[in-house]
Design a protein around this ligand. Structure first.
Ligand SMILES: Cc1cc2nc3c(=O)[nH]c(=O)nc-3n(C[C@H](O)[C@H](O)[C@H](O)COP(=O)(O)OP(=O)(O)OC[C@H]3O[C@@H](n4cnc5c(N)ncnc54)[C@H](O)[C@@H]3O)c2cc1C
Length: 328
């Protein structure tokens, strides 16, 4: 086993966004990942990240140029299939090629465990992670929409920013094979609504995540900068950037001109990003939810497991009425 990789207990903390408007629009937060990935590719390296396959499921893949990099961009809110990618990465590392790996904190830890030693030519990137959803749940949601629309979905775009970044968490754009698209937003987007509220289809192990807190496992951590100061927020997406190591710092310093950058106080980031420290609360009922997807549609299953009791519904109505009367 190689020597321990040094990681800061209190990483250098920044609010950043890419100066490239296209990168920013096509990224989930401020496009920080793409700027780091571009550095690696421009230094004859390869970048490994998550992309959709033709069935809209997610797998880790290698990008060797800027065009291939585009598919790795954006958060895909299901577990990605790692396949044999760690073996591939090891070959590149042993050949002296610069490798950038981006994945969930547990995937980064898994890569280090697999490699068993440190490589100077490996740069690891992760993100603050709410938890990985079951691919089966996404498949079921998409299939129901495909059946209703009678056409195949060719692209999933979570947190679609048209309409604003802050309201994007429950906005998903779905592109169809005939060139048309639809936007599932708010209550109409049951998949993201369920992910952000009931947690039924988050992997059970994410309910007790071992990779929260500090020091991080990766060189660089990205997140949405929820809670960004109003005067810095143009609602186009801001990345929270944590520089966890010397290697991360060296790369960041060489690409600062590509970003708008604001140094932040490390202690100020916890309020807006509870998932830095806490795991999602994954209910035991989730097991039955996923089992029921074998025999019912996503929306039926969603309704079954999110049934609001009559008393609760009456309480909500009275509260709404009281608020209306008070306003009048
Ligand atoms: C499942 C999941 C949960 C998240 N939860 C939170 C959260 O609770 N709070 C928060 O602030 N931010 C969360 N994020 C991170 C956030 O959504 C952005 O990805 C992050 O801010 C980076 O944005 P970006 O604009 O820099 O780059 P982007 O272009 O959005 O880059 C995303 C990077 O993540 C990789 N990636 C995407 N999907 C997956 C996947 N399924 N598995 C492994 N790697 C993947 C991509 O390959 C790419 O490298 C989560 C991301 C994911 C994928």
């Amino acid at each position: 086993m190689g020597k321990m990789i040094e990681r800061l207990e209190r990483p250098d903390t920044y609010a950043v966004w890419s100066k490239n408007e296209t990168t920013r629009f096509y990224s989930t937060s401020g496009g920080a990942f793409t700027e780091f990935a571009k550095y690696i590719i421009n230094n004859n390296g390869i970048v490994v990240g998550a992309k959709y396959n033709k069935n809209n499921m997610v797998e880790h893949a290698i990008a060797k140029d800027l065009l291939e990099l585009e598919a790795l961009r954006q958060s895909k809110y299901i577990s990605s299939n790692i396949g044999n990618i760690f073996i591939e990465i090891k070959k590149y590392l042993n050949n002296g090629i610069l490798v950038g790996f981006c994945g969930s904190p547990c995937q980064v830890a898994g890569l280090y465990a697999f490699l068993g030693k440190n490589y100077d030519n490996l740069v690891t990137m992760d993100f603050i992670c709410r938890g990985m959803n079951s691919p089966k749940a996404l498949r079921s949601w998409l299939s129901e929409i495909e059946e209703k629309e009678n056409k195949k979905i060719t692209r999933v775009w979570f947190k679609y920013k048209e309409g604003g970044w802050k309201t994007s968490p429950t906005r998903t754009r779905l592109d169809f094979e005939d060139g048309s698209y639809c936007i599932k937003d708010g209550d109409d987007n049951l998949f993201m609504k369920g992910y952000l509220t009931s947690n039924f289809y988050i992997r059970p192990c994410c309910g007790n995540c071992k990779f929260k807190g500090f020091p991080r496992k990766s060189d660089i951590t990205f997140a949405d900068f929820w809670g960004i100061d109003e005067e810095l927020d143009d609602d186009k997406g801001t990345s929270l950037l944590l520089i966890n190591s010397k290697k991360g710092k060296e790369i960041f310093e060489s690409i600062t001109e590509n970003f708008n950058i604001y140094r932040k106080n490390f202690d100020s980031i916890f309020g807006g990003n509870p998932m830095l420290m806490a795991s999602a609360n994954v209910p035991e009922k989730g097991y039955y939810f996923l089992k029921d997807l074998d025999i019912m549609s996503f929306s039926k299953c969603y309704k079954k497991y999110n049934k609001v009791s009559i008393i609760h519904r009456a309480y909500r109505k009275i509260k709404k009425l009281a608020r209306y009367i008070l306003k009048k």
